[in-house]
Ligand binder design. Structure first.
Ligand code: PGA
Length: 263
């Protein structure tokens, strides 16, 4: 991680913890996270519970008032409002949180999301002052076939084109190789660094070197407190999007280790 960029550790709770369980878990981890975050200005932490639990977790965060401890959603629709049953608009989310995960591979795989819809959502999020965490990554077959670079190039261009110049620095990208998600088989830190460096170069091509230098790029896929150090030690990796370990006490340990490393 470059010294000029802070580290971001985001926890994607996926479809775990309705309001009651979310309050109980958040009440447990938030005071511990707050203690860590009060001692460093270089780490930001984002909790992303299911949408139905956002206000419950918001209430816990409001009590603790920890600096750099934010709340994020896991998805949203790009329209402002209207007849879109079951969807959530950017402005609605912005009442509760400041971040939104977009284009997670599970959304692409099970709910038909495409680079085009992710691009529309990214633009809508920025317009409504939500920081998008845009997920990209190749699947196992593409990985084995040596197509990672081509796939990543297409996803960066497809998901991240036409962003307003004033807002391009506010995007966060999460590189999540699909074969590493939920498998316990994380990418090597060097392998992740190579792809993330490529993503930064592509972003520079789209939006200039200054925006690319400020861009936060996270690694995601089987991150735990046992491997976070290796990723944070890489020059282009600015933190992690954590799935499975984010709904356990290990999440606090991940943030703790990150804080020690970036001090
Ligand atoms: P994992 O998930 O940490 O459980 O591999 C990461 C993600 O899906 O964001």
């Amino acid at each position: 991680m470059r010294v000029s960029r802070s580290a971001i550790i985001a926890g994607n709770w996926k479809m775990h913890y309705g309001p009651a369980k979310a309050v109980s878990f958040a009440s447990d981890i938030v005071p511990q996270l707050a203690r860590i975050l009060r001692h460093t200005v270089h780490v930001q932490c984002i909790l992303c519970p299911p949408a139905i639990s956002l206000s419950a977790v918001r209430a816990v965060l409001d009590v603790e008032q920890a600096p750099r401890l934010d709340l994020g959603a896991q998805n949203m629709y790009f329209e402002e409002q209207g007849a879109f049953t079951g969807e959530l608009a950017p402005a609605m989310l912005h009442e509760l949180c400041n971040t939104v995960i977009l284009g997670h591979s599970e959304r692409r795989m099970y709910f038909g999301e495409t680079d085009e819809s992710v691009n529309k959502k990214t633009q809508a999020a920025l317009k409504h002052h939500l920081r998008p965490i845009v997920c990209i990554g190749e699947n196992e077959q593409q990985h084995e076939a040596g197509q990672t670079k081509t796939i990543i190039q297409a996803q960066v261009k497809g998901s991240l084109s036409y962003l307003p110049a004033s807002q391009v620095k506010n995007v966060v990208i999460a590189y999540e190789p699909i074969w590493a998600i939920g498998t316990g088989k994380a990418a090597t830190a060097e392998g992740a660094q190579r792809v993330i460096q490529l993503i930064r170069e592509l972003y520079a091509h789209l939006y200039g070197t200054e925006a690319a230098a400020a861009l936060h790029i996270l690694y995601g896929g089987s991150v735990t407190s046992a491997n976070i150090d290796e990723f944070i030690a890489q020059p282009d990796i600015d933190g992690a999007l954590v799935g499975g370990a984010s709904i356990k006490a290990d999440f606090v340990e991940i943030v703790h280790k990150t804080a020690k490393l970036v001090k």
